[in-house]
Design a protein around this ligand. Structure first.
Ligand SMILES: Cc1cc2nc3c(=O)[nH]c(=O)nc-3n(C[C@H](O)[C@H](O)[C@H](O)COP(=O)(O)OP(=O)(O)OC[C@H]3O[C@@H](n4cnc5c(N)ncnc54)[C@H](O)[C@@H]3O)c2cc1C
Length: 397
């Protein structure tokens, strides 16, 4: 059987795996990534692509520690987009340089008091007239609008960039032909891949990083790792497509501590603009059947934008779980999560925006163990295919 030794094997090719791989390669580690299906085919491709600095969590009235920890992310991603950060994202398409928050007239006074507070100055600003998103420049709109320091990325192009940079060390496997061999110290000694009609390959990693999202749980089960446990928080998102819809990237602020609805726009040059609707609509809509959820979304949009004609729109819903480290009462974890068991790092970024935080934590764990790159990375000549990109939102519609 053919054997190769690597410093780190990363399992799972969503944003967490790709970002971690990129940071490992940059640090000189000999690393490979194994993806069992297609790149981003989990939460990442169905995320809204908002790289946010946590201000939406401030809606409860006070900035939490989470809001502080995530605050640096938009600037860090911007430096990566300019080729100056820890990961090179030059070439990634930016859908919007800003994300916005808006509320109707009844909440405008509350918003002014809150967002005008000293604590938030410099991270959010009130915008008027032509500085507002096109949709909210209508004379029918009477609320207030704030521009956040957040940006919105085209996730397929983000993944494509990362995938192309590291193609030679990203391989496709399938659950059926992968076997993990562990010892009684929970150390993964080898991963045996059996490609169809080919000789098996034994990969011997010093370290393994699990970034398989929802898939982490079954891999942990195979490895006999009982802690940490994973939680799933479901969403029922809504997709709406109609030619001529304006681009719109914003959270609508209601009376609760979460955005009432969050809208992002994903252009499809051939079939018109796609709006992707999340926020409380998606969280509260988990129990609704798709028809009822679409009906709810239509009512929300007609109520919020009575001047917008959506009579020709096509609709679809998408159910998807967010996978994270388990928290008490299914709360959202505060930061990216990475913990070491044996020689396995189990990781969930919690947010797309927090992928840099995750990459940093993985490198810190290796540094704590004083693990240095063992050999120059070089190319991997394995008889395994490279995975393609998963289905995009536009392709789903
Ligand atoms: C609807 C929605 C909207 C969101 N919007 C935002 C947002 O706007 N901003 C933000 O910051 N965050 C957002 N998030 C959160 C964000 O998408 C996730 O935190 C992030 O994408 C998780 O990335 P991941 O790489 O850990 O997991 P995933 O994207 O789920 O990737 C896991 C990968 O592992 C692979 N895999 C699974 N099992 C195995 C296995 N056994 N072997 C090998 N590979 C395996 C999968 O095929 C997949 O490619 C959103 C989440 C959802 C669901």
């Amino acid at each position: 059987m053919r054997s190769i030794e690597v410093d780190v094997v990363v399992i799972g090719g969503g944003i967490a795996g790709l970002w971690t791989l990129s940071m490992l390669c940059k640090a000189g580690y000999k690393a490979i990534l194994l993806e069992h299906d297609r790149i981003g085919q989990g939460q990442t491709l169905y995320s809204q692509g908002i790289i946010h600095g946590g201000l939406k969590y401030a809606l409860g009235g006070m900035l939490s520690s989470e809001a502080e920890a995530i605050a640096d992310m938009p600037d860090l991603w911007r430096s990566c987009l300019q080729g100056k950060g820890p990961v090179d994202l030059q070439g990634t398409k930016i859908l919007s340089e800003h994300h916005y928050m808006w509320s109707d007239r009844s909440l405008a006074a509350r918003m002014t008091t809150f967002f005008g507070s000293k604590m938030l100055r410099g991270r959010i600003e009130s915008v008027e007239g032509s500085d507002r998103p096109e949709l909210l420049q209508s004379s029918h709109f009477k609320g207030s609008v704030y521009r956040l320091n957040d940006l919105v990325l085209d996730v397929p192009s983000l993944l494509q960039q990362l995938m192309e940079q590291h193609k030679s060390c990203i391989f496709k496997t399938s659950d059926l032909n992968i076997l993990y061999e562990t010892d009684d110290q929970l150390r993964t000694r080898s991963i045996i891949l059996t490609p169809q009609h080919l000789e098996p390959i034994r990969i011997q990693p010093y370290w393994m990083v699990l970034t398989a999202g929802k898939g982490n749980q079954s891999i942990m089960n195979s490895l006999g790792i009982q802690q940490p446990t994973m939680q799933l928080r479901p969403l029922h998102m809504v997709l709406m497509r109609q030619a001529g819809l304006p681009p719109f990237y914003a959270h609508c602020i209601g009376t609760s501590s979460k955005p009432r609805i969050t809208i992002t726009s994903h252009p499809d040059p051939e079939r018109g603009m796609l709006w992707y609707l999340g926020g409380d609509l998606a969280e509260q809509g988990v129990e609704r059947d798709p028809m009822l959820q679409i009906d709810m979304a239509q009512r929300e949009l007609r109520h919020l934008f009575p001047w917008l004609d959506i009579s020709h729109a096509e609709w679809k819903t998408l159910r998807i779980d967010r996978a994270e480290a388990a928290q008490e009462q299914l709360l959202k974890p505060d930061n990216a999560f990475a913990t070491l068991k044996g020689n396995v790092i189990i990781a969930w970024p919690t947010k797309l925006a927090l992928a840099p935080d995750l990459g940093e934590r993985v490198l810190e764990l290796l540094a704590e163990k004083q693990f240095k790159p063992t050999a120059p990375a070089g190319e991997f000549d394995l008889p395994l295919p490279h995975p393609g990109l998963g289905t995009t939102l536009q392709e789903l519609m």
